[in-house]
Design a protein around this ligand. Structure first.
Ligand code: NAI
Length: 329
């Protein structure tokens, strides 16, 4: 099948070409994101593949349907960038990658926590300049501390298991209670229960219910000096409110791999430009903030599974087989 792949990076193309030998699709790569200005490029492609910041809203889906697209395959687990209802009404099927190495994201979240708490990036930068002072580098032991896991699904549970290995107490907040989380010592609390946490890590999807789940009100109630880790979706955190909480010392630090306004920034080299987003500029200037550019998924294992699953889903669609990774409204 002819597939138009948007937001296709060089590292994906090489691997896709290699994997596609087995599937025999016709792959056409577009570096650009799918959006109102670029949707015309998809005309005539029965299948379109997108990534997390592509805009697959009702307008894009209208144009895709008119251009003959029948399948949109997102190379991600999250699908908050797709209007699934609009796709269904246009008769376009949506598939995602339901599961790919949840370890990749969970391990990265732990890495961010350690880097933030023990100030490893600051120490790294200092020693390169010949500065071996320890001033300002003090962290805290994770053993014995309370870690709140918001969203105890596949990624959240692996994160929780690793934190249990550090000797942390685990509390969880989720609409669904996982026996596996409880079996590793996790205790479910309601939203107010996260007040006890020294560390809060977000692992739930972005939905209308979870949008700004961390906001001014929740931040006012967390333990003073708590650390916040977000490897899930930027829209879960009210970033302005987080910045205020950092300035007042209510939050001890934040490490984010995702950012509310990441669509115009992430996955590109903007180092030679003036970045017009004042919020991200203020965030990266603070010593107790770490920002990474949506790389938690980026391991050899995860990327291989993502791309292979995407090609397999298109083959299933072409052959009229059931779509195991289909998202329905
Ligand atoms: P999952 O579906 O296994 O787990 C999500 C959990 O969130 C479920 O237990 C669900 O019940 C819970 N949840 C849903 N609505 C909730 C609510 N209103 N309040 C509290 N909990 C709620 O998903 P998985 O695989 O663990 O992925 C989680 C998220 O991680 C994805 O939705 C995606 O946004 C993000 N992600 C980020 C990546 C990155 O590279 N930074 C890569 C992959 C996923």
């Amino acid at each position: 099948m002819r597939i138009a792949l948007f937001s296709a990076r060089a590292y994906e193309r090489a691997l896709l070409d290699e994997l596609n030998v087995r599937y025999g699709h016709e792959l056409v790569y577009f570096e650009t994101m799918l959006g109102p200005e670029t949707v015309a490029l998809a005309k005539g492609f029965p299948a379109v593949s997108v990534f997390v910041n592509d805009i697959v809203d009702a307008n894009a889906l209208k144009h895709l349907a008119e251009g003959g697209t029948m399948l949109v395959a997102t190379r991600s687990t999250g699908f908050n960038h797709i209007d699934v209802q609009a796709a269904e009404s246009r008769g376009i099927k949506i598939v995602r990658v339901t599961e790919y190495s949840p370890n990749s994201v969970a391990e990265f979240a732990v890495g961010l926590l350690l880097a933030l708490n023990r100030k490893i990036p600051r120490a790294y930068n200092r020693t390169r300049e010949g500065n071996f002072s320890l001033d300002g580098l003090m962290g805290f032991d994770l053993a014995g501390k309370t870690v709140a896991v918001i969203g105890t699904g596949k990624i959240g549970r692996i994160f929780a298991k690793i934190m249990a290995g550090f000797g942390c107490h685990l509390i969880g907040f989720d609409v669904y209670h996982s026996p596996e989380f409880e079996a590793i010592g996790g205790r479910y609390v309601d939203a107010d229960g996260i007040e006890d946490a020294d560390v809060i890590s977000l692992h739930c999807p972005l939905t209308p219910e979870t949008h700004h789940i961390v906001n001014e009100r929740t931040l006012a109630r967390v333990k003073r000096g708590a650390l916040l880790i977000n490897t899930s979706r930027g829209g879960l955190v009210d970033t302005e409110a987080a910045l205020e909480a950092l300035k007042s010392g209510q939050l001890g630090g934040i490490a984010i791999d995702v950012y509310e306004q990441e669509a115009g920034l992430f996955f590109r080299d903007l180092s030679s430009t003036v970045i017009p987003d004042d919020l991200i500029q203020r965030l990266v200037s603070l010593p107790n903030v770490i920002v990474t550019g949506h790389q938690a998924f980026f391991t050899r294992e995860a990327l291989g599974t993502i791309l292979d699953t995407t090609l397999a889903s298109v083959s299933d669609f072409a052959a009229g087989r059931p779509l195991v990774n289909e998202i329905k409204a």
